[in-house]
Unconditional design. Structure first.
Length: 383
């Protein structure tokens, strides 16, 4: 990906350019060739996490004082762009680095940071976050998992599902109810070796097969009070809402990168494929479809660039982040679907990357908050 097409372009530096080329080689040479085997296994091996940590690709924005590189957001953007362009969904680096690690960086006590961040950076401690439950996903106020205070401990009971990295995880940031109402939600740092923690199935999904997604069970699991993220009760819901803004921003980054790859593959295909004696790109319908997709992609990148600038300034609000997540993922699914159509019958064959992109893209309008919820967030901001 050139700087011209990269969202980190305005923040380009020699250091970032070297980092981008290194992470590109990692995903293209050390991950992409193994995706079929990892998809069959339903999980990426621990060795690839260790390799990513060895190369400095995990949690690069963690401050130097906490053992990280302390680099800019542009490094996370570059990592996610290159992973999407390589067609690689495992290991789930962005979930680990851009969703899980920021909870510890922003809200963790010094002791919590010291305990977990070095391992997350090295790849020896894989992170997951557990919000969604079988009875509901986006309605976080309706959590049924409970954390009951018992002396200097909490006793946790409940169940979570659709948890990315759930099979591989060593550390789970768990959302649980400590009291009634939104203020009664706490986030707990649960080590998966703890007694009372149990993994369920590695769930079989429509797409993103190499990225493990699990059910998790908590049966009278006891954690010390020091496992409460930040150490103060009643802050979990606010912590979730703040960090979901960043998660939705990165969803926009991923969508833009996938769209670019889909268009690149499709333009190359229709220039080569012939029908009725001429190239498919020579049909007006083909050019119109691709022109519309190219325009939508350009508009999305302009809005995304603005959201990135707002995030850097600390002014990206939940409603705008919801607009981005909603619009970016809807465009991703729509454009990839059009690209499948332009491939004709070959677009339905899994040996063609566009078919896999279609399968892998469908979840994007659901995770990180379903797009119906995004529209509700936007709508409530209009009151």
């Amino acid at each position: 990906m050139t700087a011209q097409h990269s969202l980190s372009g305005p923040y380009q530096s020699e250091e970032l350019d070297i980092f981008r080329h290194s992470v590109r080689r990692f995903f293209q040479e050390e991950c992409a060739p193994h995706q079929p085997a990892w998809e069959e296994a339903g999980i990426a091996p621990r060795q690839i996490w260790l390799r990513a940590g060895e190369l400095g690709f995990l949690c690069p924005r963690v401050p130097a004082a906490d053992g990280g590189l302390g680099v800019d957001l542009a490094f996370s953007i570059a990592t996610l762009e290159e992973q999407m362009r390589a067609g690689v969904f495992a290991p789930s680096v962005s979930v680990h680095s851009d969703v899980i690690a920021p909870y510890l960086v922003h809200y963790g006590t010094p002791e919590q940071k010291k305990r977990y961040l070095p391992g997350m950076i090295a790849g020896t401690c894989i992170g997951a976050i557990a919000m969604t439950e079988p009875s509901g996903g986006s309605d976080l106020k309706a959590l049924r998992t409970t954390a009951r205070r018992d002396g200097d401990s909490y006793v946790i009971n409940g169940q979570k599902t659709f948890i990315t990295n759930g099979i591989a995880a060593d550390l789970v940031i768990l959302a649980a109810r400590t009291d009634a109402g939104a203020r009664g939600i706490g986030l707990f740092l649960v080590e998966t070796k703890s007694e009372g923690f149990r993994r369920g199935r590695n769930l079989q999904k429509l797409g993103q097969h190499a990225s493990d997604t699990a059910e998790l069970f908590f049966d009278d699991l006891r954690v010390h009070a020091s496992a409460l993220l930040g150490g103060i009760e009643g802050r979990g819901f606010a912590q979730l809402m703040d960090r979901l803004v960043e998660e939705r921003l990165m969803a926009g980054v991923a969508a833009a990168a996938v769209i670019d790859r889909a268009l690149e593959l499709t333009v190359a295909y229709v220039k080569e494929r012939k029908a009725f004696g001429k190239r498919v790109i020579d049909f007006q319908n083909t050019r119109f479809k691709l022109a519309a997709a190219k325009a939508e992609a350009a508009v999305l990148r302009a809005f995304l660039s603005r959201c990135i600038a707002d995030f850097r300034a600390g002014t990206l609000d939940p409603a705008t982040a919801a607009m981005l997540k909603y619009w970016a993922t809807e465009r991703q699914c729509s454009i990839v679907d059009d690209c499948v159509q332009l491939h004709g019958g070959y677009g339905y064959m899994l040996e063609y990357p566009i078919a896999r992109m279609w399968l892998d893209s469908r979840i994007t309008t659901i995770y990180g908050g379903a797009n119906e919820v995004m529209k509700d967030i936007i709508g409530r901001s209009l009151r």
